[in-house]
Design a protein around this ligand. Structure first.
Ligand code: SAH
Length: 247
């Protein structure tokens, strides 16, 4: 298990320390154990967990390192607070926290049992500077505790980009950024979301293609800078971001 996790991470350019590897091993054990009781993820074998969950989440790390350095230089602020919205069983937020322990991480999901699982991993791995919250973007993003409070907001597999930007951008401070992990149709999703992005105070998005080792799956990270405050009506309530996406 240890070797598989190390090799999957190395293949995407992330070298794990012995301690980090042990943390990933324990995380995988907990995921397999919990998945027998609750349906947390469709991927349950160790190879799938190592590649499709851990390594896939870590594809963000090399890109984030560059983006964080740029933000700190250009905007003169420390990138500290990261939110992972719709984290599910902790992806990508928990693997990123294990590898970048100085980031302050908030994991948020609307499903209580997934948040309970994330908290179990946090406690078991004795991670500090990370919290797991039960919340829904449409409500939490209007809460002054969360609105425009994060330097960096990430999400994987939560919603089509045009919907996702309405969830994510209200959480991002002006000067910060959000990164959406997307699959093969990312260019079409981006074209469809451009209007929404500018309405929500986002910049023109940049697409970083990602190649997963031993896989033909096309992946991309879509990076959007927050350049203006978001209007008070966003995100809209009652399922509107999903049912009537912004144009
Ligand atoms: N990011 C994880 C989980 C993806 S599944 C991964 O890549 O493996 C999508 C998750 O988003 C689910 O756990 C669901 O509960 C959560 N979710 C969907 N809409 C949400 C919303 N509006 N606010 C918060 N969480 C949401």
């Amino acid at each position: 298990m240890q070797k598989m996790i190390c090799e999957a991470s190395r293949a995407i350019g992330v070298e794990l320390t012995e301690g980090q590897t042990q943390q990933f091993v324990r995380y995988a054990e907990l995921l397999i154990e919990w998945n027998q009781k609750f349906n947390l993820t469709a991927i349950t074998n160790i190879e799938g967990i190592a590649t499709k969950h851990f390594a896939d989440s870590l594809t963000l790390v090399p890109v984030l390192n560059g983006l964080i350095a740029d933000l700190q230089q250009n905007h003169q602020f420390e990138v500290q607070q990261m939110l992972d919205l719709g984290t599910g069983a902790g992806f990508p937020g928990l693997p990123i926290k294990i590898v970048l322990p100085n980031l302050k991480v908030t994991l948020m999901d609307s499903t209580g049992k997934k948040v309970m699982f994330c908290q179990t991993v946090i406690d078991d791995l004795k991670l500090s500077g990370i919290r797991a919250l039960n919340g829904r973007a449409e409500e939490a993003a209007h809460d002054p505790l969360h609105r425009e409070k994060y330097d960096l907001v990430v999400a994987r597999a939560v919603a089509p980009l045009v919907t996702l930007v309405e969830y994510l951008l209200p959480f991002v401070r002006v000067g910060g950024l959000c990164v959406a992990m997307k699959g093969s149709d990312s260019e079409a999703e981006l074209a469809q979301a451009q209007g929404a992005i500018s309405k929500l105070g986002g910049s023109v998005a940049v697409l970083h293609p990602i190649q997963l080792p031993n896989s033909n799956d096309k992946r991309a990270l879509i990076v959007i800078h927050k350049i203006a405050n978001v209007k008070p009506q966003y995100p809209r309530q009652g399922g509107a971001p999903r049912n009537k996406p912004l144009k």
